[in-house]
Design a protein around this ligand. Structure first.
Ligand code: HEC
Length: 152
């Protein structure tokens, strides 16, 4: 009988120890998850300071805007959506939601930072440095500004 009790106690102790480990493990996991959530919430993608020095050499002419529109339709719409709100058909399958160009916060970073991000990319956002010439990258930004930038 005593033997049985002590064996049972051992089993209980082992179960408790296991439970403790699991709790500690899930707490640690929870902490990591919270940290991830905080990072994605803060939209951690920041262009380097030097990007602020990049200025737009193109003029927002009708020709540049219309060229930018066709670049946008071919290269960006599938993720960022026709309305620039990040609801493109491919965008729905990505782990990170594509940016919403209608947000004032997006434009607040400045066109230099936007140009830098468009050039360098950040998975799943592709880098366009080697896909579109500088001129084309600015034309698409001209289009984004004319079509989606909130008027203030
Ligand atoms: C494969 C899908 C995909 C394509 C194609 C794509 N993007 Fe993106 N884009 C994203 C995602 C996802 C993000 C958000 C990335 C992040 O914040 O980590 C993003 C972010 C951006 C940002 C930075 C947003 C911010 O909040 O600062 C800009 C600028 C941008 N995209 C412009 C473009 C332009 C212009 C094109 C077309 C020339 C394009 N993207 C094509 C998926 C895409």
């Amino acid at each position: 009988m005593t033997k049985y009790v002590s064996r049972e106690r051992k089993a209980v102790a082992a179960a408790l120890a296991m439970a403790g480990l699991i709790t500690a493990g899930s707490l640690a996991l929870a902490r990591v998850n919270t940290r991830h959530a905080a990072i994605s919430e803060a939209r951690a993608w920041k262009a380097p300071k030097r990007a602020n020095k990049i200025t737009n050499p193109t003029k927002m002419t009708a020709a540049n805007i219309s060229a930018g529109k066709s670049i946008f339709v071919t290269n960006c719409v599938m993720c960022h959506g026709v309305h620039g709100n990040g609801n493109g058909t491919a965008g729905a399958f990505l782990s990170v939601k594509p940016a919403d160009f209608r947000k004032a916060a997006f434009w607040k970073q400045g066109e230099g930072a936007i140009f830098w991000k468009l050039s360098h990319g950040k998975s799943p956002m592709p880098a366009f440095r080697d896909k579109l010439s500088r001129h084309k990258r600015w034309q698409v930004i001209d289009y984004l500004a004319s079509a989606f930038k909130p008027k203030s």
